[in-house]
Design a protein around this ligand. Structure first.
Ligand code: GLN
Length: 463
């Protein structure tokens, strides 16, 4: 714990943490030492972790990286973090993210955005974070603080959430491993809601084994979240390193999108070749409704967000800007408290849910969602055990390089990840190679519902 706290202090320029909690960390570490002395050793005993600032932590400021929650101190602890502390883990602090988890680059955070510890070569930018030369890159988002901290050794693992790719894309951008579990595998209680039918929490860590060990503590039924399923939680670590001989891995042809960079195509082929060499059967499959996933996601997610974010009214939580009457107070608080991207999502969401447009947008998007889910069900019914795709359409991009003119440019980042949330399936991103600039690239494996074990086995062959 002390070593990590020291590393955090030295790497503050990465903006990975928005709050360091050294006193809490040392107290938790001491309590852990006492348990160890008594022979009471939990599965994560003494492991120092970072917590995405979207998870409510009792008595510790939780902001979702929004000005509207700038002074919010929860009176309760999320189920995920409760489970982690129960199993012996230690909290180092709260990690940066895009505001309310809306974004792919950590640039929508109300704090200075987290920075990727990797640098792109060939630039005149020098010094800065870690004193390493090169162009500063985004760590991905929304869980950019989590990915940056894990990649820079500022925690042994981190909590993260994924609504459309926010665990897998930042993991891919930083050479780390991230798993979005099946919808319902992990409790959402105490996690600040973005789009409730898509949100799922999961870990980012340095290896497949670490993520497997963490997920076991994350997962499990919870009476406080009725969408959380009461299924036994397997010992995921046992799946790591298991042979993939005889497994069938699907390669969906619709993911071969126009303009796919050659290095991504090469990575994908190499991944398939590794699995083939390990004894898996590689088959081409079709997921015909893939092209509708991104537009449908950008209707469903904002619709749910507009409803979830209605609670930030200046009365119940966080920021309050006084007004001449209650409506004025709501308006002034929300105008001052929400950032540009969050306002955009609320406006889109309110529009697609409004009478007259509801059927044309929201209902159609929900119908597409059913078709996207059915595509996967058909593939699995044909005997496919897992599906292999690239995790992202590119390596990490530079800070300020994308989306400033056209937000859709940023949304396109999620092209390979949103399908998985729309279908409620588990997906893992695993580092699989480097681009010509020497930056990490990740592959994604998509599994059957509640079959995270197969993903851990297959990912450990690629890792
Ligand atoms: N980038 C996507 C979005 O902005 C996904 C974010 C997420 O998974 N939380 O909606």
């Amino acid at each position: 714990t002390k070593a990590y706290l020291g590393a955090m202090e030295k790497a503050r320029s990465l903006n990975a943490y928005v709050l360091e909690t050294p006193d809490k960390a040392l107290a938790m570490a001491r309590a852990s030492d006492e348990r160890i002395a008594k022979g009471e050793i939990g599965p994560l005993e003494g492991i120092p972790l970072g917590v995405k600032d979207l998870f409510c932590t009792k008595g510790t400021r939780t902001t979702a990286c929004s000005k509207i929650l700038a002074n919010f101190v929860p009176t309760y602890e999320s189920t995920v973090t409760t489970n982690l502390w129960r199993d012996g883990a230690v909290m180092l602090g709260k990690l940066n993210n895009d505001e309310f988890a809306m974004g792919s680059s950590n640039e929508t955070s109300c704090f200075p955005g987290a920075i990727n510890p990797w640098r792109r070569k060939g630039s005149n930018v020098s010094g800065g974070a870690g004193g390493v030369e090169g162009t500063y890159l985004v760590p991905g988002g929304s869980s950019g603080g989590s990915s940056s901290a894990v990649a820079a050794h500022l925690c042994a693992g981190a909590t993260a959430t994924d609504t459309g790719g926010s665990i897998r894309q930042p993991a891919a951008f930083t050479g780390t491993v991230g798993i979005k579990p099946t919808y319902g595998r992990v409790s959402r209680w105490g996690v600040v809601a973005f789009a409730s039918s898509l949100d799922q929490a999961g870990p980012i860590a340095r290896t497949v084994l670490d993520t497997a060990m963490l997920l076991r503590s994350f997962a499990g039924a919870d009476a406080k979240d009725t969408t959380c399923v009461d299924l036994p939680v397997p010992d995921y670590a046992k799946a790591v390193g298991k042979s993939v001989k005889g497994m069938t891995i699907g390669i969906p042809r619709e993911y071969r999108v126009d303009g796919m960079p050659p290095e991504i195509e090469k990575l994908w082929e190499e991944g398939a070749a590794i699995l083939k060499d390990a004894g898996a059967k590689i088959v081409e499959i079709s997921l015909p409704h893939t092209k509708y996933a991104l537009p449908a996601y950008y209707i469903v997610a904002p619709a749910e967000a507009s409803s979830n974010l209605a609670r930030y009214d200046g009365v119940r939580y966080g920021l309050r800007v006084p007004g001449k009457d209650i409506t004025d107070l709501y308006e002034k608080t929300r105008a001052a408290g929400f950032g540009k991207e969050v306002k955009r999502r609320i406006m889109i969401g309110t529009y697609v849910l409004s009478a007259g447009y509801y059927d044309a947008y929201y209902v159609r998007a929900q119908k597409l969602r059913t078709l996207i889910k059915k595509d996967f069900e058909d593939a699995y019914a044909q005997g496919v055990d897992a599906i292999l795709t690239p995790a992202t359409p590119s390596a990490a991009f530079g800070i300020g390089e994308k989306g400033s003119g056209d937000p859709v440019e940023m949304y396109l980042n999620d092209v390979f990840t949103v399908t998985v949330n729309m279908a409620g399936l588990p997906g893992i991103a695993v580092p699989a190679g480097l681009d010509p600039q020497g930056l990490p690239l990740g592959l994604q494996l998509i599994g059957r519902a509640f079959d995270e074990e197969t993903l851990f086995s297959v990912a450990s062959v690629i890792e």
